[in-house]
Design a binder for this molecule. Structure first.
Ligand code: BGC
Length: 759
């Protein structure tokens, strides 16, 4: 149905019908208007598989949903740094949606991992907005290529679960624009999600669901979003204000209550009916886009998707430590798999994304036929490791060449709806790892968690494999990586700090009462650790392989550019080891000059590259204005400070062997205004101002600084020209009156000021 027909339909609707369409019919459906042939459509969680519920609906994953395929969660897929792969996962989920008659899958979830404590970190991609945005866009393009929609969520600044429905996330404009928006912005611009889900929280005091700046000025007018905005489940506070703001669909249904409020507001002249029409139009565009392209006969081959889920999980695993090349394991060797997660993997998180997997593959199951002995080690449900369990584990470890402990966070340690209070693993698991490592020096730890954990035993074990929450087939993927059938190629999408207190949000996270201030500003994750030059457990972008790579021959298309130009950066990557493998080439940009407070470097490009042993490939990146820009609060726009920048390429934020320097000229002149309190330093840095002001500087210098021959011996020792200049630069113009020894009359100063402001 084209736009004209939809408008014609709306013209035939009563105000009540239109208001009704602005909220759900129930938990998961949009409303139908039968007399006009408007169908009901269904939406469903998401994002890493389907959580399609029927009658017993809820938004916290409490009640069962249909059997489905659970793919790796976003914390894992981000670690793949593989846009093509997450696109394939999106396509598979799109097919399942078509099969299940779902118009929209509720995801991806792209909030920034501000603190390791956020209960929902497992559902989020990264501490870095660029990686988040690129992975989200690829996922969305994958799903939507199947003619079903996505709902990128939770817009915006929803980086904690604590008081999520009442708290306000307060951040400055620059922090919002540089850190918390780009995940959404990149995805909107590169993949045009059919819908956006607004978050529960307030932003600088205003609920996202009634925030016109957020939903209309930025999302639609600046970024060009064309779909509809729905509320997170229960995020609506004042419905007419929501319509005004551009929040089209309230979910779930308010069973008529809020529809009535819309009608009353229109009738009372408080709400323009045209705004209601607009919401309806945006919803119907998507309703018909789905129904006109529905393909319910699309097959859903769950077994094939299970295999795909395993293949994806294997691409996501991050090898964090591999001393003495303890991995890969040898298939003939006796190996002990220790820990209940080896038998019952933790492969997904709790809450609305919880999928009713049609089957799971554990590591123990996947290792059938290999020389593997299993010991439970700890009891997940009871959160304990009894002496007998530890003794059995130690015995198994002693009997094996290598002991692999499967550990991590149990379900109740991280979930939607509440935050963690610390960054530790269960004490019983730490105790088990230490006991096993003491019994067998060849100990490897496999981790299942959605967010960083402290690793007090890190120096006692030889290997660590971060499997994140790898979906229902994670056991198969883990065994493939442990035994070298797949060469690990994941890289950390977040920093692992040594301890929670090191994290930049530590002092403010959670806030006071209903107010959370994002006071660390743009210094989130590696942006902070790098600026402080801090030791971390594992840096952003880090990941080992069973082969080795060499980065060389960095080429930049130009040494000097204007901020409106694009720049091509090329590097050569070689597999210098004996196995085929994949590396993640990462490009970072950092400003080397100027007064701006900015991170040392920021990720601005990445590519995953597969290489056979000895093979070389070139990898290219294109940089543009945004690669160098900061958000300037004076002009409320992106701004590139002119000066030198460093381009660095390598396979981890702290291993960047290739470096080049380029000069960037800014084409934006920041507005200037001088007054009596403007200081010499700023005036002297501005060539236009200096044309007017130059003669005064000399006069002042002469008056303020006696010539060397006029100085007494004591004066000579006390101050030299350089010191004088250093002191003078912070003086305001008004000081010319008194310090100018009467040489600068006030009228002349006024004249000079007006010349400064008018040239
Ligand atoms: C979650 C959303 C989810 C919705 C529907 C909410 O509690 O925050 O992510 O899509 O429920 O289940």
């Amino acid at each position: 149905m084209d736009k004209k027909d939809i408008k014609a339909l709306i013209a035939q609707m009563t105000l009540e019908e239109k208001a009704g369409l602005c909220s759900g019919d129930d938990f998961w459906h949009t409303k139908a208007v039968e007399r006009l042939g408007i169908p009901r459509t269904m939406v469903s969680d998401g994002p890493h598989g389907l959580r399609k519920q029927d009658e017993k609906a809820d938004h916290l994953g409490v009640n069962d949903s249909i059997k489905a395929v659970c793919f790796p969660a976003a914390s894992a897929t981000a670690a793949s740094f593989d846009k093509e792969m997450i696109g394939r996962m999106g396509q598979a989920i799109g097919d399942s949606c078509q099969h299940e008659k779902l118009s929209v899958v509720l995801g991806p979830a792209v909030n920034i991992k501000r603190s390791p404590l956020c209960g929902r970190n497992f559902e989020y991609f990264s501490e870095d907005p660029y990686l988040t945005g690129k992975m989200a866009a690829a996922y969305i393009n994958g799903v939507q290529s199947k003619n079903v929609g996505t709902s990128i969520k939770h817009f915006a600044l929803n980086s904690q679960e604590h008081r999520r429905m009442s708290s306000t996330s307060d951040a400055d404009e620059r922090t919002i624009r540089e850190i918390y928006f780009p995940g959404f912005e990149i995805a909107v611009k590169e993949s045009q999600p059919w819908t956006v889900m607004c978050s529960y929280n307030r932003i600088n005091g205003t609920f996202a669901s009634e925030n016109r700046w957020l939903l209309t000025d930025v999302l639609r007018n600046e970024w060009g979003f064309e779909g509809y905005v729905m509320s997170d489940w229960g995020a609506t506070a004042r419905r007419p204000e929501g319509i005004e703001a551009g929040m089209d669909l309230e979910m779930p249904s308010s069973y008529g209550t809020n529809d009535k409020k819309i009608v009353e507001a229109v009738k009372a002249g408080k709400l323009d009916e045209k705004l209601v029409d607009l919401c309806v139009e945006r919803i119907l565009n998507i309703v018909f886009r789905y129904t006109e392209n529905a393909k319910p006969d699309t097959p859903w081959n769950m077994e094939a998707q299970h295999e795909l889920s395993a293949a994806i999980a294997a691409e996501c695993m991050v090898l964090l430590k591999n001393e003495d090349a303890i991995l890969p394991l040898n298939k003939e060797d006796a190996v002990a798999f220790i820990g209940e997660f080896a038998m019952k993997p933790r492969f997904q998180g709790g809450g609305s994304s919880h999928i009713n997997s049609f089957k799971t593959t554990s590591a123990v199951e996947a290792a059938q036929g290999l020389n593997v002995q299993y010991a439970q080690g700890y009891d997940v449900a009871k959160d304990e490791a009894t002496d007998a369990m530890i003794a059995e584990a130690v015995q198994a470890a002693k009997a094996a060449k290598v002991a692999v402990v499967f550990a991590g966070l149990p379900d109740n340690y991280e979930s939607e709806g509440y935050d963690r209070t610390h960054m530790r693993m269960p004490a019983c698991q730490n105790k088990l790892i230490e006991a096993v490592a003491a019994a067998n020096p060849n100990t490897v730890v496999v981790l299942h968690n959605g967010s960083p954990v402290e690793m007090p035993w890190i120096n006692q074990v030889k290997g660590v494999l971060e499997a994140y929450l790898g979906g229902q087939a994670v056991g198969k993927a883990t065994v493939q990586v442990l035994y070298g059938d797949v060469n690990p190629s994941g890289h950390l999408p977040e920093t692992f700090p040594i301890k929670l207190q090191d994290n930049p949000s530590y002092l403010y996270y959670g806030g006071e009462g209903n107010r959370t201030e994002y006071r660390e500003g743009v210094f989130v994750g590696y942006r902070y650790y790098d600026k402080k030059d801090m030791e971390v457990l594992f840096p952003f972008g880090f990941g080992l392989s069973y082969t080795t790579f060499e980065y060389s021959n960095l080429r930049v298309s130009k040494d000097a550019i204007q901020d409106t130009d694009t720049l091509t950066v090329t590097a050569t990557v070689k597999n210098t080891g004996k196995r085929a493998g994949k590396t993640v080439a990462q490009l970072y940009v950092g400003g080397l000059e100027g007064d701006w407070i900015r991170p040392v470097r920021e990720l601005k490009g990445f590519e995953k590259i597969a290489l056979e042993p000895g093979e070389c490939k070139d990898v290219s990146f294109t940089l543009d204005k945004r690669s160098f820009a900061i958000w300037n609060e004076q002009i409320h726009d992106w701004y590139v400070p002119g000066g030198k920048y460093e381009i660095a390429v390598g396979d981890c934020s702290r291993c960047l062997p290739l470096r080049a320097e380029i000069a960037v000229t800014s084409t934006t002149e920041l507005p200037r205004h001088y007054d009596m309190n403007s200081i010499f330093l700023d005036i002297m840095a501005d060539p236009k101002a200096m044309a007017v002001f130059g003669p005064y500087v000399n006069k002042l210098m002469a008056a303020f600084m006696p010539k060397d021959e006029e100085k007494s011996e004591a004066e000579k020792g006390a101050i030299n020209d350089e010191m004088g200049m250093a002191m003078m630069k912070y003086m305001p113009l008004r000081s010319l009156i008194s310090f100018g020894m009467g040489q600068v009359p006030p009228e002349a100063l006024e004249q000079m000021l007006s010349a400064l402001n008018n040239n």
